[in-house]
Design a protein around this ligand. Structure first.
Ligand code: ADP
Length: 488
């Protein structure tokens, strides 16, 4: 099968979250399964810098071409590299005006929000590149709102072009809350026929909604965990699109993300100060010792370090932690938190850390190496998410023998089996349901109680470390979805 990915992020080249992780890993596993895979992404400044740092020069594939649609016209240059550690072609779409910006998701130089225009350009450029390079995809795999117009372009006559005559589309929702919605007047940016300005296409209560369009027009829809696939079809978690999702529930699939088990391996991770596996958990203490030192704590084997690595935004639920943080520290926890995001959350966390320098450390920023040291050195990892499409951190933590304490929502409920005192043969963490600070406190407190019982703790660690979160398992399910799309 020939599969073309169109995505806004690819890890490690340019990433802000789980979307990048998926599009950096899944294509490589599909390739190993025998599929022919190519990945398209924008050539952001961050991507250029990544290639510079790694001494790689992507080569230009074609002379620069002019992409025109509706009233717009823009130049695109196509560069070719490969996904790191593989021979999967990575085709970078370059246009300095759209992509040479300080951040991946930055406004136009004039301060305007031109997100819809830049990603419409990107979608158009992907189509043009396939035509010029004579790439005929069996599956066009689109991700999140940035590439949501592609299934509609396929429907709107693109199948007349020989490269797309047999192409089927698969659309993956990584986060339903970012829908790319814009005012009605933005519809003309798409260059689509007015037939697509309708409630059964891109219009959603008077607004343009690319995510809705893709859900309706893709041949198959997937999201990143089975539980999230169910939740988004409810009013509570549907972000206004639950009705649309229910209407097409026959083609909505929940496929749990995998993790890169080579990169995230405590036995070999070069970013860890000590190595260990399930049979040598005693050596995890060395990682804890190092993290204690880095955080400014006096080492204590008896006091658990509760870690967190996260974007600090409402979704991640740190507003539940802040009111009970002092109480948790009083109860004996130590907190090691790495994150960045909304200033109010950052300030509140930093304030509490400054009051408890011996027991609480907050790092504001994005630091992959420190993230690894926290997963390795902490005893528990806190994820109090309000919603969580899949969540990767709890899987990293489980693999590192660090027990997750999570709010049981989305993919967290698919991956963390909370210990209830009777299910020691399967449990691998702790959980709570109500989005309330006291419930978070209680779940963490129960975890701390169990931490005191070395044999229970070891059993739960072993259960977690034995979980199979490899991409191979998930990729087989994507393969089945692709086959279904081809039959539609
Ligand atoms: P989301 O995509 O919603 O942010 P995920 O759990 O799916 O959440 O993925 C988050 C990814 O980003 C993980 O790889 C996590 O380790 C990483 N990450 C988040 N915040 C930071 C940070 N401040 N420093 C380093 N890595 C981070």
């Amino acid at each position: 099968m020939r599969v073309v990915f169109a995505t806004s992020e690819v890890s490690p080249i340019a990433k802000t979250g789980g979307l990048g992780d998926v599009c950096g890993s899944l294509p490589k596993v599909l390739r190993k399964m025998g599929h022919e895979v190519a990945v398209f992404m924008p050539y952001y400044r961050q991507a250029r810098q990544w290639f510079d740092r790694n001494g790689i020069v992507p080569h230009q594939l074609l002379p620069t071409v002019v992409i025109s649609w509706a009233n717009w016209i823009a130049e695109a240059t196509f560069l070719r590299a490969t996904l790191p550690g593989s021979d999967v072609p990575l085709i970078l779409v370059a246009n300095d005006y759209f992509f040479e910006r300080e951040q991946i998701y930055a406004r136009a130089p004039d301060g305007n929000d031109d997100f819809l225009l830049r990603y419409t350009f990107f979608c158009r450029a992907v189509i043009r590149a396939c035509e010029l390079l004579d790439v005929a995809p069996d599956i066009l795999h689109c991700h999140d709102w940035h590439t949501a117009l592609l299934p509609l372009y396929l429907d709107s006559g693109l199948r007349g072009s020989p490269q797309f005559a047999r192409t089927r589309s698969v659309y993956t929702i990584h986060n339903l809350h970012y829908q790319g919605a814009a005012g009605a007047d933005a519809f003309e940016l798409t260059g689509l026929h007015s037939r697509y300005w309708a409630p059964d296409a891109l219009e959603h209560f008077g607004q343009l909604n690319p995510m809705k369009g893709a859900i309706l027009f893709a041949d198959e829809v997937t999201t990143v965990s089975p539980n999230y696939a169910r939740e988004i079809q409810t009013r509570e978690h549907g972000a206004g699109l639950d009705g649309v999702l229910r209407a097409v529930s026959h083609k909505v699939n929940g496929i749990l993300n995998g993790i890169d088990v080579d990169e995230w391996n405590p036995a070999t991770d070069p970013l860890l100060p000590a190595h260990y596996d399930a049979d040598s958990l005693r050596d995890k203490t060395k990682a804890k010792r190092a993290l204690s030192k880095e955080a400014g704590f006096r080492f204590s084997a008896k006091r658990p370090i509760v870690g967190a690595v996260s974007r600090l935004v409402d979704q991640k639920g740190f507003q539940l932690l802040i009111p009970v943080m002092r109480r948790l520290l009083h109860a004996g926890a130590r907190l090691a938190i790495l994150g960045s995001g909304e200033p109010e959350l950052e300030n509140a966390l930093v304030q509490i850390a400054s009051e408890h320098p011996d027991d609480c450390r907050v790092w504001i920023g994005f630091d992959n190496a420190l993230a690894h040291r926290i997963y390795g050195g902490a005893d528990m990892l806190l994820m109090p998410s309000m919603y969580e499409p899949c969540g990767l951190n709890q899987m990293y933590a489980l693999r590192y023998g660090t027990l997750p304490v999570v709010r049981l929502t989305g993919g967290l409920a698919d991956t963390v089996i909370p210990f209830d005192g009777t299910n020691g043969e399967v449990a691998n963490g702790f959980g709570f349901v109500a989005a309330h600070p006291f419930d978070l406190y209680l779940a963490t407190w129960v975890a701390m109680l169990n931490f005191k019982d070395g044999s229970v703790w070891k059993t739960l660690q072993a259960n977690g470390m034995a979980c199979d979160f490899s991409w191979e398992r998930s990729a087989a399910t994507y393969d089945a979805v692709y086959r279904r799309a081809l039959q539609s």
